[in-house]
Structures are given as C-alpha cells and as structure tokens.
Design a binder for this molecule. Sequence first.
Ligand code: CP
Ligand code: NVA
Length: 319
Amino acid sequence: MAAPVKLSSAVSPIIPIASGDLRRDQDLTLAELRRLLDLAHHVKAHPKDYLDALRGHSLALLFEKPSLRTRLTFELAIAQMGGSSVTQTGMIGEREPLKDVARNLDGWVSGIVARTFSQQTVDDLAHWADIPVINALSDLYHPCQALADLQTIEERYGGLKGVKLTFIGDGNNVAHSLMLTATRLGMHFTLAHPRGYEPKPEIVAEARKFAAAAGGKVKITVDPEEGVDQADAVYTDVWASMGQEHEAYERMVHFEPYRVDEELMAKARKGAVFMHCLPAKRGQETTDGVMESRHSVVFQQAENRLHAQKALLLMLLHD
Ligand code: CP
Ligand code: NVA
C-alpha cells in the first residue's frame, strides 16, 4: 500500500475523515466538512503546495454512467497531486460479483471512486473494500457536487450562515446532497418541486435536524415563485436524471412551470447567483440567457469540482 499523503506545512494538520469513506454527505462530520471547505480554498489558491501530496497513490474510478466533470476532475486532481488513476466504465458486479471486484481493487489501489445507479452499489463497495470509497453520484446522492457548490457559494458570499439556497426542480440526488450539506453549515434551504417529484422524506427529516442545530431553515414547496423569494442562490438540475431518460417526455409536462428563466430569477434577491451542476438542457430546466448571464456561476462550480475533490482526496487518504 502507498505511503500516507504528504502534507504541505501550510495547511497542516489535515484531519482524516473518520468514517473512511464518502458514501453519502453525512459521512463527513461537521468539523470535517468545515475543514474540507477550508482546505479546498487553500488548494485552489496554492495548487503547487500539493504537487506531491498523492505520490505513490493510485485510485480506481468506476463509472456506470457517463460523466464529463466528475470523471475528468477526479483524474486531474489525482494526477496534479502526483498520483495515478485508472478508469473503467460499465456496470459494477455484472461480469463478476461486486464483492470480488472490491477485493481485487483493495490489493491494487488506495481508493475507489464510483458513479453508480444504485446507492447500494456504493455501500456494498465500501463494505467489501478496506480502502476509501467515494460516491461520484448515485441515484440518491451527489456529495462531491455539493462540496464544490458550497465552496462556490462561500466564495461569492464570504460565508454560508444565513445564505438562502433554493433548488427548483426534481427532489433528486443533487437536491438531497445540497440540502444535507447546506443545512449543516447554517444555510437556509428551500426546494420547489412539481407534485410527484418529492425528495426522500427521510433525507428531508435529516436536513431539518441539521438546520435546527445550525440555525437554518428547510422549506419544501410546490410553488417556484415562493421558493425563490429572498433566495441568494437559485439552483436547478435536469428534469430527467441519468437512468430516467424514458420518463423525459412525461416529466416535461410536469416540470414546465419550474423552468428557471429570467422572469423567475428576477423574483429572487437582487444579484442572486444562478447555479447548475451541469450538464444543462437549455430551453428545459433553464434558458440560455440565464446560463450566460453575469449572475451565472455554473463554470465556477465546475472548476471547484477539481479543488474540492483534491481536498477530499487529501483528507480521505491521510493517515
Ligand atoms: N455535475 C456532474 O457531476 O457532471 P458530470 O455528470 O459530467 O460528471
Ligand atoms: N441529477 C443528475 C445530475 C447529473 C450531474 C443526474 O443524476 O443525472
């Protein structure tokens, strides 16, 4: 197995992530989450301090679904910190049992990054492999996205406490991770969704507990205008996620009133930022005008995927 991550004295001490994995957002303690964001800001400002941080480390990236940002930013993050990676696409556990895949990888690499259909696949990999497993998006969560998004909001507003983030659209993986992460840091989180596309009630209940502890609020509504009222950041995502393409036509009917267009953005707080995890379907969940507006931070979010994931790798691979 590779040597522990070498630390820059500038950010030392890096605290390790006690759970050993990032299967879901809640795997990070609040202190770890705060530390990770601080480290992400430092890594972004001082990338050269980390050129050797992953020397001797190799990671395996397993992708059951397509990816531009997640795959490339993980590959780049690892390479830019002196490590190496191998990537495989295809269903995990189809050619041979998942538990065999996990134990093969255990002997070869320092960590697994997995994009899966089922959350159970991520959990099973973490169960069978002793090395860290990172959820690179599942049907339920997208924790790496939420980390980069919070980094982006913090850059824009200088802090997170009391900032209102509104998600318009499907109660999906991105919405789940955002509500679980934003609420822990004292943000107010609102989701406006079409009827029938609610987030998981148990995840909302958990977010409400986080919000209560941190002084924030969670609001779930079906009214997009009510949702964006007083919002500092308005976020949306595709109406049909990967794996739901067969529902795309039916969803269009239900989601039409939830498009984040110029008119809806005008009902948010003046200067509110527009956010999207990308890829975006212009003309569906948002418009070209909103995507290209000066309030759009979508490419800053995409850039921060690189920095936030570097911080995550440093903390997960640190002894
Ligand atoms: N936002 C995001 O995860 O993009 P990819 O699907 O391209 O990785
Ligand atoms: N909700 C989307 C996010 C893509 C990054 C999906 O799962 O396809």
